[in-house]
Structures are given as structure tokens and as C-alpha cells.
Ligand binder design. Structure first.
Ligand SMILES: Cc1ncc(COP(=O)(O)O)c(C=O)c1O
Length: 333
């Protein structure tokens, strides 16, 4: 006997797939037809669903996807995602054979890793190398990058597919700061060109750069948040309109009852009840894998009781299987 999904999980996260497609088209208009778009689907497609987002991006003209987690990337491949997948640095060199077996493109950050991939590869193996131009996190330091990348490019059977960086561009960043980092990256590219190292993909622009620093586009871009219309990333309004992927969170109440003030441990109550009032529960939160606690709203007609619980809830989507429709998808929590 099959049970309708909405009966099993009566809370639905409604995602606007048209909005995501439109945002991707906006990126395409900005960067032009000749540049590659690596659509970032890290963190479960920023919470909107890895597979749903991957499909929209594939259908509407992304050239590749980028994941931050190797496990997610392998899962997506196994689910049938066929676009090229770039995996940002996230795994140990011992995972090289898995990366290769799933046809993923690793992003390398040092020579030892590169050797592990060269050893594991049984045939040509495309790899990117990441340069740290200012974020001080992952990547070969810009000062050593030409030498290290030259050495990596010479490791058969590796094939240098691209050189990338992730610039530190917080909201309101001084353009001079962004340009300083970008200059460090382009110096590396110039050094590689001078050394005769061919770099097919040159990649530096995530959303803040795509939106506000057009000179950073190079041969490819890797936006994430702007594709989902997530506005927090931008200090000033984006130059192109972005539509939010988030359409609605719809929850059917699973329980409605009356609660009364309690005589014992009243101060410890999850939410204060000063007199008899209604308590309604919808099911989303930690028990359903979305990061918070089950949400309880109390309906208090004269407003004397607070309407939300003390514990906070958050909106991280679960990795439950997708159920897309042509223009929207819903995820059950
Ligand atoms: C290496 C890298 N590139 C691109 C992105 C996408 O960034 P954004 O969401 O700001 O476009 C991320 C996200 O954190 C990232 O880690």
C-alpha cells in the first residue's frame, strides 16, 4: 500500500524552479555565451535540493556543477547527474580513486595530493588547482603557485583542466581589496602563460564578483547564492534582478489542542502559558533533519502568551529524494 508523501510528511518547502532558471539566464546574460558557468550546488544546492537544482542548471545552460563535499558529489553522480562536476577541496588524497571512478574533477591544493591522483589514475585525469589569493584558507599560496602548478601539470596522466580561486569579497568589500586579490591571481595566470603551461579554464568569480566586479570573469565563473536569489550576499542591490528560489514553507498542523498554565515547573516550560490557550504543532525541525526543534505555535487570543517557542528553529533542508514538477518542487520535512 503506498501512502501519499504529504500524509507522511505534511510540511513542504516549495521551491520556485522558474526563478532559479531565470537567475541562471541572468548570469548567462552577464557573462556571455563564451564563458563557462560552474553552478555551485554545495550544501544540498544551498538547501534547495541538490538534484532539483542540478536538473534546472543542466536544462538551462550551465556548463558544469561545483560541489563542496565529495560525498554529495558522488551521491549526485550515482543519482544520474551527468554534467561535469568540479569538487572543491574537501577530501583526503586517499579518496582519489573514488573521485576518478565517478568521473569528478578534483580541485588540488598541493603537490602531494596531485601525486596521489596521478598514482590512482589509470588514464587521463582532469584536475583543477586552487590558488589562495587572499582568503587564506585553501589553495596554493599565490607566491608559490606558478612553480607548484607547473609541477602538477607535468605529472602524467594528470591533465590541468583549470586554475581557480575564491576571492574574499564580503558585503561592502573595498574594490581595491578585491582588485588586489584578483591581481595576485592574474599574476599567477600570467606566470603560467610565460612558462608555457596551458590553462583551459581560469575561474575566479563567485556571486559577489559576478554581480559587481565584471572584470573578474576570465574564462569561467562559479556563482552560487545569486542563482538561488539569496539576497544576503550583496551589500548593494544586484545590478540584475534576482528571483528568490524560496517560494513558501507550508505546514499542515498535525496537532491542535488546549494547554493550561501548569502548577509545577512553570518557569521551565518550553514556552510560558499564562492562561488556557491553544497550542498548534507543525512538524519540522530537528526530528525531521532540518536543524531545529518541532515548531509549536500557541494561539492566544488576548496576546498574553508569546506565540513562538523559546528554542529557535532554522531552515536547513533535508536530503530527502526530490519530487519536482515543471515549475516548482517541494521538499518534505
Ligand atoms: C570555492 C567556491 N566558489 C564559489 C562559491 C559560491 O559562492 P557564492 O555563493 O558567494 O556565489 C563558493 C561558496 O562558498 C565556494 O566555496
Amino acid at each position: 500500500m503506498s501512502v501519499a508523501p504529504h500524509l507522511l510528511r505534511p510540511t513542504r518547502f516549495v521551491i520556485d524552479l522558474d526563478a532559479v532558471a531565470e537567475n541562471l539566464r541572468s548570469v548567462r546574460r552577464l557573462v556571455g555565451a563564451g564563458r563557462r558557468i560552474f553552478a555551485v550546488v554545495k550544501a544540498g544546492g544551498y538547501g534547495f535540493g541538490t538534484l532539483e537544482m542540478a536538473e534546472v542548471f543542466a536544462v538551462h545552460g550551465a556548463d558544469a556543477l561545483a560541489f563542496a563535499d565529495l560525498g554529495d558529489a558522488i551521491w549526485a553522480r550515482r543519482q544520474g547527474v551527468s554534467l561535469p562536476i568540479l569538487v572543491f577541496p574537501s577530501a583526503l588524497p586517499g579518496a582519489a580513486s573514488e573521485v576518478i571512478a565517478h568521473g569528478l574533477i578534483p580541485t588540488l591544493t598541493d603537490l602531494d595530493q596531485a601525486r596521489a591522483y596521478a598514482d590512482a589514475a589509470r588514464g587521463p585525469c582532469e584536475a583543477f588547482v586552487k590558488v589562495d589569493a587572499g582568503l587564506q584558507r585553501l589553495g596554493v599560496a599565490a607566491e608559490q603557485a606558478v612553480e607548484v602548478i607547473e609541477a602538477i601539470a607535468g605529472l602524467s596522466p594528470l591533465r590541468l583542466g583549470g586554475v581557480c580561486t575564491h576571492l574574499h569579497a564580503p558585503p561592502g568589500a573595498d574594490p581595491a581589496y578585491v582588485n588586489w586579490q584578483f591581481g595576485r591571481f592574474t599574476s599567477v595566470l600570467e606566470g603560467l602563460a610565460g612558462a608555457g603551461v596551458e590553462v583551459p579554464v581560469r575561474l575566479a568569480a563567485s556571486s559577489p564578483l559576478v554581480m559587481q566586479h565584471r572584470h573578474t570573469y576570465l574564462s569561467a565563473v562559479d556563482p552560487g547564492s545569486m542563482l538561488y536569489g539569496v539576497p544576503q550576499s550583496f551589500a548593494t542591490p544586484p545590478e540584475v534582478p534576482l528571483r528568490p528560489a524560496f517560494r513558501a514553507l507550508k505546514a499542515r498542523l498535525i496537532s491542535v489542542k488546549e494547554v493550561a498554565p501548569r502548577e509545577r515547573f512553570a518557569a521551565e516550560a518550553p514556552f510560558p502559558v499564562q492562561h488556557r490557550c491553544g497550542s498548534a504543532s507543525s512538524r519540522w525541525g530537528r526530528p525531521t533533519g532540518s536543524g531545529g526543534s518541532t515548531t509549536v505555535a500557541s494561539s492566544c487570543r488576548d496576546g498574553r502568551c508569546p506565540s513562538w517557542p523559546r528554542r529557535r528553529w532554522s531552515t536547513r533542508a533535508s536530503t530527502s529524494p526530490p519530487s519536482p514538477t515543471p515549475s516548482s518542487a517541494t521538499r518534505s520535512w
